[in-house]
Write a protein that binds this ligand. Structure first.
Ligand SMILES: NC(=O)c1ccc[n+]([C@@H]2O[C@H](COP(=O)([O-])OP(=O)(O)OC[C@H]3O[C@@H](n4cnc5c(N)ncnc54)[C@H](O)[C@@H]3O)[C@@H](O)[C@H]2O)c1
Length: 347
């Protein structure tokens, strides 16, 4: 059963796996600002959370969730938030087996350990579990939408398949206290990396476009940039977690929640134009001086076996009804904040 969590209770310690990542770094900041809790944090890396490493309220373990002794230590805490995953699209294509181990094997073993210890598991899944949606797909609902994936030859679906199997595994563990979060394209500062500077391969779209802008290169519109996404401020996403922490157990135990912002829906092509304009305004230059995007096929960009879902629009009524949460940050606001951070960090 989800424990009662008072924000002013200093005896509470929450375990956050993947605390050094994009969402994890924002979550740590918010926990230290808004609560008296302690954090047992695990990650393979810590460069995004340097400012917290000396905080006596954080015990940080640089370790791999694949290690069974790490799983045992994490599950000993009453609240376990699992953010750890390989979650960059280019890796779904090139390293499918590793992606499946990361998104199914490790979280399933963590779920087993939480069942044994009685911990409440908050597991981060993905909006990709809705699969190969079409341009006509309407609102995606947690409990009613039917799901279909592309063929096994299309490696793109390795991540989504593993995430969905983990959800099914968690839901099938009788006696486990769990909540699943399905993020819809969170964006904000600290997302991913700049290729060739502090990471390799192709990052997610925000860092991908930001990197191209800073380098003065055209933004790559995969398959014409026609796919639509609903972008969500990472600050709203963290706010959702606090609604969850404060909610009654019967509102969130054994529930999967979409966390997204349907008001921020646009095509990737429209996102590219918006980011060009915001970047031009940050630099104080005319937008015509920023290169126009270039179109490229998915196969050419990501390799053979690339497929996409054309629209991902979240039904957010469940989060509103059960935990009183609705994302409110307009896209322009979070894009400007993200780009300003990117420019100051990498220039
Ligand atoms: N950001 C989004 O929009 C989004 C969308 C859909 C799903 N998600 C899910 O939310 C979670 C967090 O996403 P994020 O954007 O913060 O990703 P991220 O890559 O920035 O963070 C993940 C962190 O997990 C760590 N990690 C990976 N494997 C590990 C392991 N074996 N042991 C220990 N640490 C490990 C990484 O080092 C990284 O710091 C992931 O599960 C992801 O699939 C995020």
């Amino acid at each position: 059963m989800k424990p009662v969590l008072r924000f002013d209770d200093p005896s509470i310690t929450v375990a956050v796996v993947g605390c050094g990542g994009f969402i994890g770094s924002h979550l740590l900041q918010a926990i230290f600002e808004k609560t008296c809790w302690r954090v047992f944090g695990v990650d393979l890396e810590s460069y995004r959370i340097q400012q917290h490493l000396a905080n006596p309220r954080l015990e940080f373990l640089c370790a791999d969730l694949a290690d069974s002794s790490v799983i045992k230590r994490v599950a000993a805490f009453p609240v376990v938030i699992n953010l750890a995953a390989i979650c960059t699209p280019s890796r779904y294509m090139d390293e499918a087996a590793e992606v499946i181990r990361s998104n199914y094997d490790h979280p399933a073993r963590l779920a087993d350990a939480c069942l044994k210890s009685g911990a409440w598991l908050v597991h981060f899944s993905t909006s990709e579990i809705y699969g190969k949606t079409s341009a006509e797909s309407g609102l995606l609902n947690e409990d009613h939408t039917e799901i279909s994936f592309g063929p096994v030859s299309a490696s793109r679906w390795s991540y989504a398949t593993a995430k969905l199997l983990t959800e099914r595994y968690i839901a099938g563990l009788s006696g486990l206290s769990w909540t699943v979060v399905r993020p819809f394209n969170f964006v904000g500062p600290y997302m991913d990396y700049m290729p060739g500077v502090d990471g390799e391969g192709i990052p997610r779209v925000l860092a991908n476009f930001s990197s191209a802008l800073v380098r003065g290169e055209p933004l790559a519109l995969v398959n014409g940039g026609k796919a639509k996404r609903s972008f969500t401020s990472v600050h709203d996403a963290v706010e959702f977690l606090f609604c969850l922490f404060g909610a009654a157990p019967e509102s969130c135990d054994h529930q999967a929640f979409n966390v997204g912002n349907p008001d921020n829906e646009l095509s990737i092509g429209e996102l590219a134009q918006k980011m060009r304009s915001i970047y031009a305004s940050i630099r104080g230059v005319d937008v015509s001086s920023i290169p126009e995007p270039r179109e490229i096929s998915g196969e050419e960009y990501y390799g053979a076996g690339y497929e996409d879902s054309m629209r991902r629009l979240p039904d957010v009524s469940k989060a509103e009804r059960l935990v009183n949460f609705r994302a409110r940050t307009p896209l322009d606001e979070v894009l400007r904040e993200s780009l300003e951070w990117f420019v100051s960090h990498y220039s």
